[in-house]
Design a protein around this ligand. Structure first.
Ligand SMILES: Nc1nc2c(ncn2[C@@H]2O[C@H](COP(=O)(O)OP(=O)(O)OP(=O)(O)O)[C@@H](O)[C@H]2O)c(=O)[nH]1
Ligand SMILES: [Mg+2]
Length: 479
């Protein structure tokens, strides 16, 4: 068995070097022992100082922790994207390759919705012609559209020419879900593609793209391999003109209206940008990335440093993004402990919509109830609350198009159907809930937002960050 040399071992070069001289007299010996003791004292002192420094660095200024809450599609992940853009625009833009795939998926999903609506209408037309017809439950008691009869062979041609998009959709879903380490679902089965953000799908995706790029010498700037023969962008580009024809067709628009399919209000709507988005060399802009939609599963944690000219914000921040679907809300609770602030998003344009999870529940009502349960939660008594009354751009459009707010929110009564009046009314309602249900008095901090508007958000997020830091400082001064 091999033996380690002992301290006194004469063949250990280090022992030989530090050993006292064989002829050392008592005075020399005492001087040597004194200087060895002093050296040990200094060494111990240095060790102690290093240990203290390590401890202080570990304790550091604690990062500010921020949790994003709200129902599904309220704009949480979009708010996170704005924070990421503010903290590090360069890192944010390295992810354009992923968002390109997400936007392509959003586009082909919208086209499929249109094609399915046409197929349903044709089916309905056939069954209404048959003598034994009873109204289809999916169309309810809606009268048969006179425009169904206007569907021509050109529509049939478009349906056929756009059929390759089914495979493109499947390929995109597989690509994104495999990056997320999730089993790939059949694109037709999954109502909406959702990704488990805890598994770092963006990192996997970018990593694979970068690895392939370095192997094949692709484009250096945006991570997109323009020479990839399997790039879904090629089929999308080949179908581009027919997609535009389909979307701009008046008969198709009429069918969508009658079927209640309001594509412009849906998440991930890019059909008004088909010209650009289906071009062969399409690279998403920052604004496109804000509008791209992928549903969040699980909870993801994002760390970054914010800085400002005044250096007020130079702190580490950790932001937690969660899935807002009803089935995912129980996963929020473990994160309530030790949070400095919550940004709660309530999409106020949804006053005339119901939850995807439960079609009997009005979306705005769900937001108010959710807000009440968050502000009254005792675990969050010391947590600062920031409220974003979001999707103001869509609210303005809806009210401008004449959708009556009071029809859905009956307590609104006879007030004017304008953006100023409805948003002020909702702000008062949310504030009253906050004041009545908070266990302790807290400042009410609210913004009217359109979180897809990066310019507006850069100001709002600075304001929010300063508020959170200020409140955090005054709280720690009280402790
Ligand atoms: N026009 C407009 N669209 C918005 C706004 N806020 C969010 N969106 C869009 O709405 C969709 C849903 O937003 P997300 O940020 O993904 O919603 P979320 O709260 O993270 O949803 P879950 O992950 O399902 O919980 C995205 O396509 C966004 O681009 C807004 O203020 N205006
Ligand atoms: Mg999300």
């Amino acid at each position: 068995m091999p033996r380690l040399p002992s301290a006194a071992s004469t063949d250990d070069p280090l022992s030989l070097l530090v050993a006292p001289p064989p002829d050392e007299d008592p005075v020399a010996r005492e001087a040597r022992l004194r200087s060895e003791m002093e050296a040990r004292r200094i060494s111990d002192q240095i060790d102690e100082e290093l240990a203290q420094e390590r401890l202080a660095a570990r304790r550091g200024p604690r990062p500010i922790k921020l949790l994003l809450l709200g129902q599904s599609e309220s704009g949480k992940s979009t708010t996170l994207k704005n924070f990421q853009l503010m903290a590090s625009p360069k890192a944010f833009r390295t992810e354009r390759v992923i968002w390109r795939a997400v936007i392509q998926l959003n586009v082909v999903r919208s086209i499929h919705l249109i094609l399915n609506t046409i197929s349903d209408a044709r089916l309905l037309q056939k069954t209404t012609r048959s003598p034994s017809h009873t109204p289809s439950p999916s169309y309810g008691s809606r009268p048969t559209s006179p425009t169904v009869a206007d569907l021509t062979s050109e529509h049939a041609r478009l349906q056929l020419s756009l059929s390759p998009l089914v495979r493109v959709e499947e390929a995109l879903v597989r690509k994104l879900q495999l990056s997320a380490g999730q089993p790939a679902l059949d694109a037709g089965v999954a109502k909406e593609v959702a990704l488990n953000s805890t598994s770092g799908w963006k990192g996997n995706f970018v990593g694979r793209v970068l690895a392939r790029r370095s192997g094949e010498g692709g484009d250096e700037d945006d991570g997109i391999d323009w020479d990839d023969p399997n790039d879904p962008g090629r089929v999308i580009n080949a179908c581009g003109e027919d997609m535009m024809r389909l979307w701009e067709d008046p008969v198709v628009r009429e069918l969508l209206d009658r079927a209640g399919v309001r594509l412009r209000e849906m998440s991930g709507f890019f059909l008004d940008d088909l010209d650009r988005v289906t071009s062969l060399r399409y690279v998403p802009t920052d604004d496109d990335i804000m509008r791209a939609r992928i549903k969040t599963l699980g909870v993801s944690e994002h760390r970054f440093k914010l800085s400002s000219s005044s250096n007020v914000l130079s702190r580490d921040w950790v932001i937690f993004d969660v899935g807002g679907h009803r089935s995912l809300r129980a996963a929020w609770v473990p994160y309530f402990d030790d949070m400095n602030a919550i940004i709660f998003l309530a999409p106020i344009s949804c006053f005339d919509q119901t939850l995807e999870e439960d079609e009997k529940v009005n979306r705005l009502e769900d937001s108010v109830l959710l807000w009440r349960s968050i502000v009254s939660n005792r675990l969050l008594t010391k947590t600062n609350m920031v409220l974003f009354l979001n999707k103001c751009d869509i609210l303005k459009e809806k009210l401008g198009a004449g959708v009556p707010f009071a029809k859905y929110i009956t307590s609104y009564g006879k007030r004017p159907n304008t953006f100023d009046a409805t948003s002020s009314y909702l702000k008062r309602k949310f504030q009253a809930t906050f004041v009545d249900h908070s266990p302790e008095p807290r400042p009410f901090f609210c913004h009217l937002t359109s979180v897809t508007d990066t310019k507006q958000m850069s100001h709002i997020l600075l304001d929010v960050s300063e508020f959170v830091l200020r409140e955090n400082l005054s709280r720690s001064a009280l402790v």
